[in-house]
Unconditional design. Structure first.
Ligand code: NAP
Ligand code: ZN
Ligand code: ZN
Length: 348
């Protein structure tokens, strides 16, 4: 059992273009599965990290935490998967398994820290490398089953974008009778529109422009407004029970809080590189809540995949070759993605 080098695309240093390379993968352990990666989504978080927008990172970096593939080998103790199963891997690949959060299935909040799929160090002390690669070895307990009925390429983005919207929409009870706004119609946002619609909420998209209006309405929104138009804020004042913000840049929060009803909630999932400011009166006048949400645990991620399969909710994707990754990064930063880039790993 030896370490194997596999093909990958990596950023050799912060802000450097990604290029073809090889990275080591550990031998398949007793509880591991070897996954032939077929597709990997490009999340805006990959770009924040590869360009060190969130602070110091580990290089070389192989990003990718929206992984979909097929099991090609299993360890002797594996019980949940067999060779040939369609599987996915999301934002983390291990955690302590014993703390209060791990025990209740919220491994993303492990008190010892979860092991990120990339830009992290595993519990074996080795660097982790993500999904822009041909193969990965992952513990079966951190591997998700991709249900029949979901195409692998359209399922890949669910492993981050899907769960990141599914979790807060459920926690904040998006459903029939609720007016829900999705702020930002990118990778996360477009899944938010689909999932909130499938949950039965009345969905409004708040986007910088009306360029993507037709798509938003097709994906499940009933209303679509441009936030570049000041009239939007007059017209929609006091409208929403819930706003889920997916925007990757700082925003004038006070303006958006004015769109909530009394008792409404603004739930943020975007992770901008710079802080936001807030006038506390925007919250206290109206008993409003300002909350955050980070991905979801393994159990909830599986629940999300099953929900998406039942409702036929794959991501809207642009399939690209590995050579197009750098160009795709620039397009994501310019809000020019419809609506998730997915890498065909056969081109790595
Ligand atoms: P994305 O595809 O780039 O979507 C972000 C959208 O935000 C854009 O499509 C754009 O929508 C809007 N936007 C961008 N810049 C803006 C600006 N300056 N002002 C107003 N709106 C702007 O990115 P993503 O992959 O969905 O990720 C979104 C954010 O969530 C990133 O910061 C990412 O790191 C973070 N994230 C968080 C979690 C979590 O667990 N909380 C998980 C995954 C990602 P319009 O064109 O419609 O305006
Ligand atoms: Zn992500
Ligand atoms: Zn833990």
């Amino acid at each position: 059992m030896t370490v194997t080098n596999v093909a990958a695309y990596a950023a050799p240093a912060a802000k450097a273009p990604l290029e073809r390379t090889t990275v080591p993968r550990r031998p398949v352990g007793e509880h591991d599965v070897l996954i032939d990666i077929k597709f990997a989504g490009i999340c805006h978080s990959d770009i924040h990290q590869a360009r060190e927008g969130w602070g110091e990172a580990i290089f070389p970096m192989v990003p990718g935490h929206e992984i979909a593939g097929v099991v090609s080998e299993i360890g002797s103790g594996v019980t949940k998967f067999k060779v040939g199963d369609k599987v996915g891997v999301g934002c983390f690949v291990d955690s302590c398994r014993t703390c209060e959060y791990c025990e209740r299935g919220e491994e993303q909040f492990c008190v010892e820290g979860n092991t990120p799929t990339y830009n992290g160090v595993g519990r074996d002390g080795e660097a982790t490398y993500g999904g822009y690669s041909t193969h990965v070895v992952v513990d079966e307990n951190y591997t998700l089953r991709i249900p029949e009925g979901l195409a692998l390429d359209e399922a890949a983005p669910l492993l981050c974008a899907g769960i990141t919207l599914y979790s807060p929409l459920n926690r904040w009870q998006a459903g029939p009778g609720k007016k829900v706004a999705i702020l930002g119609m990118g990778g996360l946002g477009h899944m938010g529109v689909k999932i909130a619609g499938a949950l039965g909420a009345e969905v409004t998209v708040l986007s910088q422009s009306l360029r993507k209006k037709d798509d938003g309405l097709k994906l499940g929104a009933t209303h679509y407004y441009a936030t570049s138009d000041e009239k939007t804020f007059e017209e929609l004042a006091g409208t929403f029970d819930l706003i889920v913000c997916t925007v990757s840049a700082p925003l004038p929060l006070d303006k958006y809080l004015s769109l909530l009803k009394v008792d409404g909630a603004f739930v943020n999932v975007g992770a901008p590189e710079e802080p936001n400011s807030l006038n506390m009166f925007s919250l206290i006048s109206g008993n409003k809540a300002l909350a955050g949400s980070m991905i979801g645990g393994i159990r909830e991620t599986q629940e999300m995949l099953d929900f998406c399969a039942r409702h036929g909710l794959g991501a809207e994707i642009e399939l690209i070759s590995a050579e197009q990754i750098n160009e795709a990064y620039d397009r994501v930063v310019n809000s020019d993605v419809r609506y998730r880039f997915v890498i065909d790993t056969a081109t790595i």
